[in-house]
Design a protein around this ligand. Structure first.
Ligand SMILES: Cc1ncc(COP(=O)(O)O)c(C=O)c1O
Length: 445
């Protein structure tokens, strides 16, 4: 299609979003409320409603939605069990600035499912719960340094917003990466308390611990890296990191903001059989309502009481979010967690179908991850291990593929991450594969 014809097609398909974007830009910076939404094409789209597996934009276009609110809507959009529980809770008020029995019920449920969750604290966002985990690690160990891996995301605040997607020409050698700030305006000292490392590389981490183990308060990681590709830890890697932490007296922190309640009820720690000292959950835990959880071993979590470790939040334990989380976890656990088996079967079929379509079209599309969360990328690498591999992917092709999917009614995240929900059906997968075939066809011409 010529550029002029494409512009006309956009103006037709996305007319109302384009008009709303012009209006939004007048009073919202960039027309959006998160920097991650700035890159929408042809403009950041505006949505009117969402139901089950589908999202409807203001122009009436329907999307089979694999963005899933960036992961949280694991039961689909507006799942009745969750929305009814929230509606019922509203009749009793919204915010007590004090305890409720529902909070205790939720804490008990999380403790029953998550191996490390002897105790929990509730909060609202993954970013802030990650900060609480870092503070606790420093308080418990009396040390300053946190080991953070390239490509992993733990929120947008200064103390950790480093080396998330660093340009390779600025990131130093893979064996000893240098910190790269992800934003301007950050405190120049922000990265001073971080040591940046390459994930999935035991030898490099052993070297680091041998040299600096006594300075390290904790190691934080996504136990399955979902923010840059969807990459599983190499066999034995998590156990090795845990061993290094234990030997050095440092804490192992799993950021399960994405993997928690998504890859299974007990998160990646249960799936992979390694129990961290602390973990952070968010996203899927409340089925799309704001909720995060700091979870951890009793001896560590008790430092939040009477040892001067501060953790606050006006909205922590918000009644609607607590009601949503209880309802969501009950749904996920129903019938022996049958919902996961359904999502896994569908996700597997979708992954295999995408691989087969790409092979048929002779396109180097990589499909990597787990059935409930996986990533598509354009790379000649057969398997990705860490950010350095992910960074070799062809971003232009990925954007073109995502755009071709969007124009045909399938929505995936801009980084190529697909989230399966319990609302997706076999027909949705069939339709998605037809659309993917058509999208790839546009790319081989
Ligand atoms: C692994 C991980 N940690 C932390 C965060 C930050 O969570 P929030 O956006 O709720 O602050 C995210 C968000 O995507 C995430 O994926």
């Amino acid at each position: 299609m010529s550029t002029a014809a494409a512009a006309v097609a956009d103006a037709n398909r996305y007319a109302k979003s384009i008009a709303l974007y012009e209006r939004a830009k007048r009073h919202m910076a960039g027309g959006v409320n998160s920097s991650f939404r700035l890159g929408g094409v042809p403009v950041p789209l505006f949505y009117a409603r969402a139901e089950g597996a589908y999202l409807f934009d203001v122009d009436g276009n329907r999307y089979i939605d694999y963005v899933a609110g960036m992961g949280p809507t694991i039961l689909g959009h507006a799942p009745r069990a969750v929305t009814q529980a929230v509606a019922a809770s509203l009749a009793d008020g919204q915010l007590y600035a004090g305890g409720s029995e529902a909070e205790i019920e939720l804490a008990e449920m999380i403790a029953a499912h998550v191996p490390c969750a002897e105790m929990v604290r509730l909060a609202l966002s993954g970013t802030e719960a990650d900060q609480a985990a870092l503070r606790l690690a420093r308080a418990v160990t009396g040390r300053r340094k946190i080991v953070k891996f390239e490509g992993h995301y733990h929120g947008w605040l200064d103390s950790i917003c480093v080396s998330i997607k660093p340009a390779l020409n600025a990131a130093g050698p893979e064996s000893e990466p240098v910190p790269v700030a992800e934003s301007t305006g950050m405190s120049p000292g922000a990265a001073e308390d971080l040591i940046i490392a390459s994930w999935n590389d035991v030898v490099a981490l052993e070297r680091l611990f041998a040299a600096r183990g006594s300075e390290i308060a904790g190691v934080i990681m996504e136990p399955i890296m979902c923010n840059s590709g969807t990459i599983l830890p190499a066999p034995g890697y998590l156990e090795a990191v845990q061993g290094l932490c234990r030997k050095a007296g440092a804490l192992l922190i799993f950021d399960e903001v994405i993997t928690g309640f998504r890859v299974g009820l007990g998160g990646a720690q249960k799936l992979l059989g390694v129990t961290p000292d602390l973990a952070v959950f968010a996203k899927a835990v409340a089925g799309g309502f704001p909720m995060s959880v700091l979870a951890g071993k009793r001896a560590i979590m008790e430092r939040l009481v009477g040892h001067g470790v501060m953790h606050g939040g006006t909205y922590n334990g918000h009644a609607a979010s607590v009601a949503a989380a209880i309802a969501a976890i009950k749904e996920l656990a129903r019938d022996g967690a049958a919902v996961y088996r359904g999502m896994e079967a569908l996700g597997k079929r979708l992954m295999e179908g995408l691989k087969a379509t790409a092979a048929k079209r002779r396109v180097a599309l990589q499909v990597q991850g787990l059935p409930t969360v996986f990533t598509t990328s354009f790379s000649d690498k057969q398997a990705m291990r860490n950010w350095r591999d992910v960074a070799t992917g062809d971003a232009v092709k990925l954007a073109a593929f995502n755009r071709a999917l969007q124009d045909r009614g399938v929505r995936v995240t801009s980084r190529g991450c697909w989230f399966i929900s319990a609302a997706h059906t076999s027909q949705d997968v069939d339709r998605t594969l037809e659309v993917a075939d058509a999208a790839l066809a546009t790319m081989v011409k």
